[in-house]
Design a protein around this ligand. Sequence first.
Ligand code: NIG
Ligand code: FE
Length: 407
Amino acid sequence: MIIKNIGELVGIVPAGVLRKQGAEMAETGVLHDAWLAVEDGKIVGFGKMDDLVGHDGNDRESIDAEGGLVMPAFCDSHTHIVYAGSRDGEFLDKINGLSYEEIAARGGGILNSSDLLHETSEDELFAQSMVRVREMMAKGTGALEIKSGYGLNPEDELKMLRVIRRIKESVPALVRITFLGAHAIGRGYTHEGYVQAVVDMMPKAAELADFVDVFCDEGFFTVEDTDRILTAGAACGLRPKIHANELAVSGGVQVGVKHGALSVDHLERTGDAEIEALRGSETMPTMLPGSSFFLGIPFGRAKEFIGAGLGVALASDYNPGSSPSGDMRFVMALGCIRMRLTPVQALNAVTLNSAYAMGLSDITGSITVGKRADLILTHPGWTLTKIPYLHQTPFLRTVFLGGRALK
Ligand code: NIG
Ligand code: FE
């Protein structure tokens, strides 16, 4: 397949660049009036239309972009899209003034989702979750991470992990699986008893999961709990990606970096110590502006992180309690409008860096020869800047995942 007459081809990254940090965040390779060729689901070449001679074999299926933009599909490195039912009742509580913490303290929040999940069959959970995955792919997401964490006992956590595995095997998007047993204290457990239960779940969870996560925050799990759980995860080969510093300056960033976390996520509440801890590490700071927006809490200090030479990834956090949306274009727009990232910085945050934050940036997340052809083609007339600027105007023409147009 060859896409011709691309008005703007953005997100071009040289092979071997797995993430962008600091000043590199402001750079993206761009070609105007371009073509891009795909073979066996991978990008095999791109260039200027003027130089197309020789690549224009008649055997290739040709798509006329009519001046539309082509960019890498979105990568969403933090979601909780496997859940049962809805928490729309809590939405009313929130409108009436209760905070996330107050709703959780009344037995709502994560425990509410856990009760619903317990009563839902595995097939039904899969069916409900697939509706969300299909919606995300249709909106341009080509790679996503999905967490457990609404099971909160050994049986239901494994049920969730099996459902995520089934999603992974059913969709053209790339899926990474995270074991978040330590999302809240399961019903019927003491705090200490549940931490031990999560440690005990680890070997079975590791058969299904790629990563281990802990909600290291005030009122949930302490730094000491996190240290214990991540040590147990490492013993089973699971690298951490953790929730940190959403509700308080929790020490989560530091314990994550100490354990070589692939990412530390949320970061709505950080000081300079968190930036210092991240400097020189392999850990990707990941911010979730959809939950800042929905909960009315501070946005992450992305500009300061970037100014300090760090990379930043943005993800949706799609979940029923703090971010009921998996729209990565909206995440990108919030990155620009509320966090004051430039469109290029936001693009890097929602593609390459988010792919890095789930260990996938060697195979997706940029326009690079040899990577999967996970692409967004827009309608004619779109530029990178207009995507977050005209943030509600339909822009997508076709999403290609592994080189195939999503129907
Ligand atoms: O990332 N912060 C913890 N976990 C989710 C919310 C989960 C829920 O409320 O269901 C989050 O915001
Ligand atoms: Fe989350």
